[in-house]
Design a binder for this molecule. Structure first.
Ligand code: UDP
Length: 235
């Protein structure tokens, strides 16, 4: 399958059409942004790590009964996916306090939460992705009650699986963001990516950060963190 026309360019990926109207090709870039695009940079090799890691996790999730957009890895950076309309929500799960949760609620980073939490943010760059609740989502028509219930159920299943998976490579899954899409026939699929760009991943022993916080917070060895995740997953 070959790339035809570029349909969209996001912060970390480009999306191309292909000859099958029900599919498209995503191409992962090394571009990194943080703080809603205010901080920009390059993480050499990131696109390759995120492509391979995301595809691998999605193929495992499929086996666990979570439907995803993943179809086939075409190359180091390119993947064939099912064409969906993205539900304009960032779905965030937290197992341990960090980032904006710590700031908002005054809970120290690293505090284990008594139960996983679920947050929704409305995907809108101009508004800085404001946090919203289910009433806002239904009132504004971003998703229906039915879609939200499905998304919530799938999200907690994704969390349960990822917690187990990362723990097997001595990594704590602190929090993550996922996105869902809807196919032409109305099926909700896990879309976008699961990578060190979208998850907080801490070494379970040393608590060293192995994710994009190294870039956001100028912690150094950013490329090393992505490569370390690659090594732990693929050996
Ligand atoms: N996240 C993301 N994209 C965003 C916002 C958050 O992938 O636009 C991920 C982030 O990497 C972290 C989790 O969602 O794993 C929770 O992020 P948080 O709300 O703490 O925001 P941040 O501190 O990243 O601004």
């Amino acid at each position: 399958m070959e790339k035809l026309e570029q349909m969209y360019e996001g912060k970390a990926k480009k999306v191309f059409s292909c000859s099958d109207p029900n599919l498209c090709i995503v191409s992962y870039k090394d571009d990194a942004t943080a703080f809603n695009g205010k901080k920009k940079g390059t993480i050499v090799g990131k696109g390759i790590v995120n492509n391979k890691m995301s595809n691998y996790l999605m193929s495992l999730l499929e086996k666990e009964g979570v439907p995803t957009h993943f179809v086939e890895e075409l190359s180091e950076r390119d993947t064939l996916v099912k064409r969906v309309k993205i539900v304009p929500l960032e779905v965030i799960v937290r197992n341990v306090a960090a980032g904006s949760f710590s700031k908002r609620f005054g809970v120290a980073e690293g505090t284990k939460l008594l139960a996983p939490t679920l947050e929704f943010c409305y995907k809108c760059d101009e508004l800085d992705d404001p946090m919203c609740n289910e009433y806002h989502i239904i009132a504004c028509g971003w998703a229906t009650r039915e879609d939200l219930d499905r998304i919530t159920d799938l999200t907690f299943r994704v969390n349960a699986f990822l917690l187990k998976f990362f723990s097997s490579i001595n990594v704590d899954l602190i929090d993550f963001k996922i996105e869902f899409g809807k196919t032409a026939d109305g099926t909700i699929l896990l879309a976008d990516e699961i990578s060190p760009d979208t998850c907080r991943l801490w070494d379970a022993t040393t608590h060293e950060k192995l994710d994009k916080d190294r870039f956001r917070r100028d912690l150094g060895n950013v490329e090393g963190a992505y490569l370390e995740m690659m090594k732990r997953i693929f050996g």
